[in-house]
Design a protein around this ligand. Structure first.
Ligand SMILES: Cc1cc2nc3c(=O)[nH]c(=O)nc-3n(C[C@H](O)[C@H](O)[C@H](O)COP(=O)(O)OP(=O)(O)OC[C@H]3O[C@@H](n4cnc5c(N)ncnc54)[C@H](O)[C@@H]3O)c2cc1C
Length: 383
C-alpha cells in the first residue's frame, strides 16, 4: 500500500517550504518530509541563532567601549550566557515554529516527520510508509564535517550544532578552522569574554576571499585579543587536565595550544549518504554533492535538488530563497556570509576575476551593512 502525491519534497530548509507553498497553491498534492527540526540549519543551528548570538556579543562589545561613545558603565561588563542562550532559543524557536505552522496550514500539503530514503526513482520510504510522486525535490542540506584527524575520538569537541546548547562561558575556546563559521564563533566568544585561539591549516584566514580581506580580518580579530595560528599542518587533538590540546605543525609559535573547549569548524558535508540516492540512480560527485544542471535537475528525470549541490551552481538560486538575516546583503548575488563585526558582505566573486569583491564594513545590527559606529570601527571597502 502506498500513497501517491504530485510532488514530494525532502527537507524543510531554505527552498523546501517555499516550494511546497508554490506547488500546493498551484493545486498540486504535495508531501514535505522533515527528519529533524523544521527550518533546517539556517533556522536552528546556522544563520538565525548565530546572528542572534552575534548581536548579544556586539552589545557587550559596545558596552565595554562606552567611554568612546560618551557613557559610563559602572563595573565590568559580564555576559550571562544562560540569558544569551535563552534569547537565542526564543528567536530561533519562533522561526522554527513559524515554518512548521506555515507548512501545516497549507492546503494540499501533507507534512510528514521522519527520515526519507529513496526506494526507487519515484518512491520514497518514511517511517515504513511508501510514498510515490511524479516529481521529487531534494532539500536535504548539509552538516558539519568532522575529519578523522588524530585523537578526535578521544576528546570532547563542539560543532556549530552543539554550540547551540552552550549556556556557559568557555574559559579558552580553541577553534579549528579559520573560515566563516570559525571566525563568527571566535569573535562572538571573545566578546562574550572567553580567551579564543583560532587554528587554521592554510596560510591565511578565510582563504576563499582576496588576500587583503584576509589580512584586514586578521587585524580586526587580533586587535580584539584573538590568538591566530596559521599554517597549522598536521593538526591532532589530545586530552589534557581540564581541557584539550590542539597540536599543530606551525612555522612559528608553540607546537600546541591547550584550551578548555574545542570547536571544529572545518567545513560542511552534504546530507546525501543516507538518502538512498543509489536506488534512485541519482548521480553525485566524489564528495557526495548531487550533480545538477542549470535548472537544478539531477540526471534522473523528475528529480531536482535544490541544495546539497556544488556551491557554485547554487549561488544565484540559493540567494532567491535564503532568508534575510540582520547581517548582510549587498550585490545581486549574496555569496559567502561573513558575519562578524565589522560585518562583511560578498557578491560571491573575488578579485581579480571581478571588479566586485567583499566589503568589510563597519556595521551594526540591522543597518544593512552601514553602521552606527562607522566612525570608530575598523574596516575596508572594496568596490
Ligand atoms: C554556523 C552557520 C552560520 C550561518 N550563517 C548564515 C548567514 O548568516 N546567512 C546565510 O545566508 N547563511 C548562513 N549559513 C548557511 C545556511 O545556514 C545554509 O546555507 C542553509 O541553511 C542551507 O539550507 P538548505 O536548505 O540547503 O539545508 P538545511 O537548512 O540544512 O535543511 C535541510 C533539511 O533537510 C532535512 N533532512 C536532511 N536529510 C533528510 C532526510 N533524509 N529526510 C528528511 N529530512 C531530511 C534536515 O533535517 C534539514 O532540516 C550559516 C550556516 C552555518 C552552519
Amino acid at each position: 500500500m502506498s500513497r501517491h502525491f504530485d510532488a514530494i519534497i525532502i527537507g524543510t530548509g531554505q527552498a523546501g517550504p517555499a516550494l511546497a507553498a508554490r506547488l500546493a497553491a498551484a493545486g498540486m498534492a504535495v508531501a514535505i518530509i522533515e527528519r529533524h527540526k523544521f527550518g533546517g540549519t539556517c533556522v536552528n543551528t546556522g544563520c538565525i541563532p548565530t546572528k542572534t548570538l552575534v548581536a548579544s556579543a556586539y552589545a557587550a562589545h559596545v558596552a565595554r567601549r562606552g567611554a568612546e561613545y560618551g557613557f559610563d558603565v559602572t563595573g565590568d561588563v559580564r555576559v550571562d550566557m544562560k540569558r544569551v542562550k535563552a534569547r537565542k532559543d526564543d528567536v530561533s524557536g519562533r522561526s522554527n515554529r513559524g515554518v512548521e505552522e506555515w507548512l501545516r496550514g497549507l492546503n494540499n500539503c501533507t507534512v510528514i516527520q521522519g527520515h526519507a530514503r529513496f526506494q526507487s526513482s519515484h518512491t520514497v520510504v518514511v517511517n515504513d510508509e511508501v510514498l510515490q510522486a511524479d516529481k521529487l525535490f531534494i532539500n536535504v542540506g548539509g552538516r558539519s564535517s568532522v575529519p578523522a584527524m588524530p585523537g578526535f575520538q578521544d576528546v570532547p569537541f563542539l560543532t556549530n550544532s552543539s554550540m547551540m546548547d552552550v549556556d556557559f562561558l568557555p574559559e579558552h575556546l580553541v577553534i579549528v578552522g579559520g573560515s566563516y563559521i570559525g571566525l563568527e564563533f571566535g569573535q562572538m566568544y571573545r566578546r562574550f569574554g572567553s580567551h579564543v585561539t583560532i587554528v587554521e591549516m592554510g596560510p591565511r584566514l578565510i582563504g576563499r576571499e582576496d588576500e587583503d580581506i584576509s589580512e584586514a580580518v586578521r587585524d580586526i580579530l587580533e586587535a580584539e585579543g584573538i590568538q591566530i595560528r596559521l599554517n597549522a599542518t598536521c593538526i591532532s587533538l589530545a586530552k589534557r587536565n581540564n581541557g584539550v590540546a590542539v597540536r599543530m605543525g606551525c612555522d612559528e609559535g608553540p607546537p600546541e595550544v591547550v584550551g578548555t573547549h574545542v570547536l571544529l569548524a572545518v567545513g560542511r558535508i552534504p546530507n546525501t549518504n543516507d538518502l538512498g540516492l543509489d536506488r534512485a540512480g541519482v548521480a553525485t560527485d566524489p564528495r557526495g554533492y548531487i550533480v545538477v544542471d542549470e535548472q537544478l535537475q539531477t540526471n534522473v528525470p523528475g528529480i531536482w535538488a535544490a541544495t546539497a549541490v556544488p556551491w557554485v551552481t547554487t549561488v544565484p538560486r540559493i540567494e532567491e530563497t535564503w532568508s534575510a538575516t540582520e547581517v548582510f546583503s549587498t550585490g545581486q548575488l549574496s555569496g559567502s556570509p561573513t558575519a562578524f563585526w565589522p560585518s562583511g558582505s560578498s557578491t560571491g566573486f573575488s578579485l581579480p576575476s571581478s571588479r566586485w569583491s567583499i566589503s568589510l564594513m563597519p556595521a551594526g545590527p540591522g543597518t544593512g551593512g552601514w553602521s552606527l559606529d562607522r566612525s570608530t570601527a575598523p574596516g575596508l571597502i572594496v568596490v
